[in-house]
Design a binder for this molecule. Sequence first.
Ligand code: AHR
Length: 834
Amino acid sequence: MKSFVRIFIVALCLTFPVGLAAEENSNSVFIYSPNPQGGLHIARQNGQGWQEMGRLCSSDYGTWGPEKKMYSPSVCRAKDGTWRLVFQVNDHAPLFAAAYSRDLVNWRPQDYPIMTTRPCREPVVFENPDGTFDIYYKSDKGKRFVSATPNFRDFAPDVASQISDDAWIRDTATIQGKLMQGQCFELSDRELQQIEDHFRLSGQDWQLSNERMHDDGERFASMNSPISATLRVDMSQQKPISDKLIGIFFEDISYAADGGLYAEMVQNRDFEYTPKDHGGWNATTAWHSSKPIEIATEHPLHPNNPHYALLWPDTIWNEGWDGMVVEKGKKYDFSMYVFAGGQKQDFMIQLVGQNGNVLAKSKLKTKASDWQQFSTVLTATASDTKARLVIIPQKAAHVGVDMISLFPQETFMNRKNGLRKDLAETIARLKPKFVRFPGGCMSHGQGLENIYHWNHTIGSLQERKPDFNIWHYHQTRGLGFYEYFQFCEDIGAEPLPVLAAGVPCQNSANNAEGIGGQQGGIPMDEMPAYVQEILNLIEWANGDPATSEWARKRAEAGHPEPFHLKYLGLGNEDIISTVFEERYEMLCRAVRATYPDIKICGTVGPFHAPSADYMEGWEFTKKHPDLQYMTDEHYYESTGWFMHHRDYYDHYDRTAAKVYLGEWAASTRTKRPNVETALAEALYLTDIERNGDVVEMTSYAPMLSKDGHSNWNPDMIYFSNTDVRTTPAYEVQRLFSNYGGDRYVTSTLVTSNTELNYRLGASVVRDSKTGKTFVKLVNALPVAVKLSVEGLSLTGARGEGFSGKPEEQQLNITNLQLGDNITLPPYSLSVVEL
Ligand code: AHR
């Protein structure tokens, strides 16, 4: 370790601007944090005192919301002009946060190096003469420790230090009437100007992003009559674009899987619910009896499903997922595993309606010396929307029961262990070109223990490993990787599994050691096994059962033919920390070396440019062009943002990795899809088609939300047990997907008032296989647009479209047939084919 005196002198020197040109002024700024949730701020000296300029960055540590705190930030300006920041994240974790920046406004994603002491109070950073850094912190007992770092990415284990209190001396400044502690620095005119420009531009962007159509009456007050526009199409100017632009994002969020798309009607069929799934839940949740239900674990059906129920003569019944929908005349497959030590036991199985009327019944005779599955079919003689499943033992015997299951025979494509027909058919109507699964945050999970392991979701239902869901409920994994791949095949979509890149969700709660966030990632000595697990997936999906053990499992499950997996996502909107990058690179290299044809999709964090993860993620992607084919961008934004960032992909590097816009949706304050959000999305999709040479895939997110169990809004499809309600967002996705092409035809939409262009969209694509041409026309103005078209005749073109008031959440889709004079109604989308 370097001596503190030496460091302190260096630090003092660095309070003067680095590389200040002779003619430049020096400007005093004060860097501080107003409160733990407030992040890092900057104020400037304006002659009369300190004037707040804005927030430079904030903490990204721990769970969403109030846990993300920044205590005692310490900033150091390095000799090379870059900035280094450390701060305390809470009062218990054995780590501190570290980040660096070239300009104070764009920060590299934060790293949280794990130390041996906890908590790491008031970390301070100093640069050494050789350009390395030392970070000192205090323990609870006031002891001092230091960790050295050559690069602000790798941090040496902490050792005790004798550093004096001087290291913690802070400057003070009164800002907006409050005395703050912080640090003073000098910036050149140019540096200060850059920061001012940054705040000014973000302010302008924020204003534009706040634009909402419900203010249009005022905004377009002088616009009373239709406007004219011309669409100039140049059929000779075409470029190839992705033929997979529209797919779907499936995440088990808001009861999308269990209780949703997965058609199982029994809730907690395996008696594996625990309070970890949801506060107050246990092995008997959703089950009822006149006496407490006895749960045992001594002789489990499978070690992965340790709990089962021991039945006495008492009747038990299952409430289903908010009840069970039973329809007269329909057949239901009941099955149950029984273990009765060889004695006979008969059960009466009934479906009982809300009034106590029996809707269906069947006797189940069992005799099982060890666990054995018994099944019967129930045929409903009456209907009910909130029925229950009743199991009545016929004599007094002590029997174990587990995996009690009830499926409608009518599932999507009538598959066993299948999907709810109406929901799956609604999804299929989107004609998605790919399906991303199983999430979202659910893929990388709530902490290391909850990372989704695909291999825990295949095989017989009892050998699949249930787990808690980051969205506060239970995953049976009955809808597992086999079922996801089968669904993709059934609807003609490419499978796009997205698995953790060796780190859990960056918003994970604390583990047993009190470490939240990425929790240091999967320990390096366990990474080889995790790498192998990912390789096994490819083998399982594509391998030959004659030679591959993993492929044999697929064949045994009923699919000897390969699933033809082409894409693999690694990571989900992770913080692009050093911990992430190391593991992600390791995974990519292994996949590239073993399966060079697999197209890897990486991640650039949870937000668009210029967020820290986006910037670092793309920098990493471009630095390693050999590793990945595509990278996954996520952004949920306001309608104003989408309308004012229509050129987002126009300037992307055409030679770099492709883009997968894996999670996106427009929202307004009402948080439900409406005509306004749909039109903002439609406008943006016309721009995506124009950029279909760089954007390979997009998927609106989330897709499904069950009434009463929503974790998120907006969603594309809302449903209950009895109905499925599509939204305007769904219709936009359906129209762009059903009328998609693989060639973009150059077209320009011209109006006399170019200031209105951001509210108008047009896109012409061709499908080279069918020879069809598709035209999408978006009018997000409150007046009609009289459109003349040059270079292409739309007369007689047929298609579909909608128009409505911005706030409307229900759409009427109308069939269109265009005449010689084309009028685009106010707030409308028209899609036609030629
Ligand atoms: O789509 C809902 C959630 O949004 C996803 O799980 C996550 O990836 C994102 O933050």
